[in-house]
Design a protein around this ligand. Structure first.
Ligand SMILES: Nc1nc2c(ncn2[C@@H]2O[C@H](COP(=O)(O)OP(=O)(O)O)[C@@H](O)[C@H]2O)c(=O)[nH]1
Ligand SMILES: [Mg+2]
Length: 449
């Protein structure tokens, strides 16, 4: 799931920013591609429009910054926009403290996952509250039975009463809850295949008698932007306070997640991902955005790198490179910047597990870098400023001896120095690049920081 959207991003990002610059023509080239990705992900067209406008505005303002690659910057802009539409930050339900009755009303189309989600919520809050499940879907006897079975599985009582209007059942359920000291009433309501006035009126009545603390719309994430339209319809009848996005484990393209908050003007609070009753969790917009962009935690890596290697430092390095200067002092700065990020181990941990990384190669490079530091520190000031001086056998011998390394290590340093210089010149700045971690080219193609 969410993979197709990630693939799309990857494609445009690598193709358009080869030159490492954000320019107006680059942006013009990228926006239609971005639009295609969003439409293919089944994002609502209003959301697509605003999304693109925002990205354009932000990207154009960024074009002059030196030092940090265009690709990184653009990823960050798109990422921020994804987070904005998914909802900023995790939200929680407003549930009163133990002993004070809270009511959660669940609404949604048939098959969206209301009944399952009602049971999941009961289980989720069971540690802190005493839940009562209320079967207010009176049209299908099977629905009542389904809730009873689920309630039994999690040891939560289910209130049912057939042959009564739903709002009467709910009223009695509330009285029952109060008499038994059950302080979290979760109401499962009926749904149809589309929004119908009769059912909406019934829902309104239920909301009136139960005065819910939370009125949640349960939405199937497979429905794409239709989910958002459904949400819009529901808001015409009842005041929603949030959305639960179900079936996140299935082949969702992300359109529902990206559209529903904007269209219904309420946050996504939970997502569910499976039929088991513990398959529910808070909805974390930043994590979902990361998955959409296909980089695991790689973005936090970028941010970390940017913080450690300040733009100022990056610009200084870019300036030096323009004058074709990159010496051993610069190399040392780069190596130290990487160590400041928390060392290679923490960097590696942030690379998505799915990415094939040649661990041995990385381990080797880690060792080498530790050596390089010592080797550079064993050079004279003159040598550090002028790497060409090391093209001299007796100097190399002296440095190896002084640093307690082997001759071959000094030679390897020279080779890596050349590589690093080329790489940094290519990317026009001092950004920290995973090539420095000794990752193989195949891996890099996938990571593309
Ligand atoms: N894969 C998956 N299936 C789910 C999820 N939530 C619900 N379902 C399934 O979706 C179907 C409809 O769910 P149900 O709770 O009966 O929907 P309702 O008609 O809205 O009450 C059932 O087969 C559920 O097992 C989920 O998060 N993931
Ligand atoms: Mg149901």
């Amino acid at each position: 799931m969410l993979e197709s959207i990630a693939k799309g991003f990857d494609k445009i990002l690598s193709e358009v920013f080869k030159k490492g610059l954000i320019t107006e023509s680059n942006i013009k080239e990228v926006l239609p591609e971005l639009k295609k990705i969003l439409i293919e992900a089944d994002v609502n067209y209003e959301v697509v429009d605003i999304f693109l406008q925002n990205v354009e505005k932000k990207a154009i303002g960024q074009q002059i910054t030196k030092g940090v690659s265009a690709r990184e910057k653009f990823i960050k802009i798109v990422f921020d926009e994804l987070v904005y539409f998914l909802g900023e930050g995790k939200k929680e339900l407003k549930i009163k403290s133990k002993g004070n009755r809270s009511v959660i009303l669940l609404a949604g189309l048939q098959g969206s996952g209301k009944t399952t989600t009602a049971a999941k919520l009961a289980k989720f809050y069971k540690g802190q509250k005493f839940p009562l499940l209320v079967a207010a879907d009176i049209y299908r006897p099977a629905a009542i039975e389904q809730l009873q079975i689920l309630g039994a599985q999690i040891g939560v009582e289910v209130f049912t009463q057939s042959k009564k209007p739903a709002d009467k059942i709910v009223k009695e359920a509330l009285n029952y809850a109060d008499s038994k000291g059950l302080d979290l009433v979760i109401i499962d309501t009926a749904g149809r295949l589309q929004v119908e006035k009769e059912l909406m009126d019934e829902l309104k009545l239920i909301a009136n008698v139960s005065r819910p603390d939370e009125s949640l719309l349960v939405v199937d994430s497979m429905m794409g932007q239709v989910a958002a339209e459904v949400a819009r319809e529901f808001t015409k009848y009842i005041k929603l306070s949030g959305v639960i996005l179900t079936k996140f484990d299935s082949d969702t393209k992300g359109g529902a997640a990206l559209s529903v908050k904007h269209i219904a003007n309420v946050p996504i609070i939970f997502s569910t991902s499976g039929e088991q009753l513990d398959a529910i969790d808070y909805f974390y917009p930043d994590r979902i955005a990361q998955r959409m962009i296909g980089m695991g935690d790689i973005l936090s890596l970028v941010e970390k790198a940017q913080k450690q290697f300040s733009e100022e430092e990056a610009e200084k390095l870019a300036e030096r490179l323009e004058k074709s200067k990159f010496d051993f002092n610069d190399m040392l700065t780069q190596i130290e910047a990487i160590s400041k990020m928390g060392g290679f181990d923490s960097v590696l941990q942030m690379i998505p597990a799915g990415q094939k990384i040649n661990q041995n190669k990385v381990a080797m490079q880690v060792k080498r870098f530790a050596n390089y530091k010592v080797i550079i520190q064993s050079m004279t000031k003159k040598e550090r400023n002028n790497p060409l001086l090391i093209n001299n056998a007796s100097r190399r011998k002296r440095i190896a001896k002084g640093s307690g390394t082997k001759l071959i290590d000094v030679l390897q340093l020279m080779k890596d120095y050349d590589n690093m210089k080329k790489m940094i010149q290519k990317t026009k700045g001092g950004k920290i690049n995973p090539e420095m971690l000794g990752l193989d080219p195949e891996t890099l193609k996938n990571l593309k920081l």
